[in-house]
Write a protein that binds this ligand. Sequence first.
Ligand SMILES: [Zn+2]
Length: 107
Amino acid sequence: MRSRQKPADQVKIAKERIAMLFNHAEQSAKKGRIEYANRYIHLARKIGMRYNVRLPSNYRRRFCRQCKKYLCNGVSSEETQEKGFLKIKCLNCSRVMRYKLKEYIAS
Ligand SMILES: [Zn+2]
């Protein structure tokens, strides 16, 4: 297995592809094509792993931490607010993720 750092230009392209895939995922989810969104997330994560690109937090919270499915409120996830926290429940695996509401809105 290769462990050397990837060239900077490749990393840059990888980041652009990840941004594009997350964009596609969002568009697909809006059209109710959640399976497409899951596929785009899968590809984006794969690119991130191959090029050692850490996904930004605003991308990471768009999919389930456990089953990696795209989280779309009302479709694949349920959002509830409680005492300054936003709770996002994945309807696929029932995992609940909690975010501080202030931080969530800020990013
Ligand atoms: Zn899940």
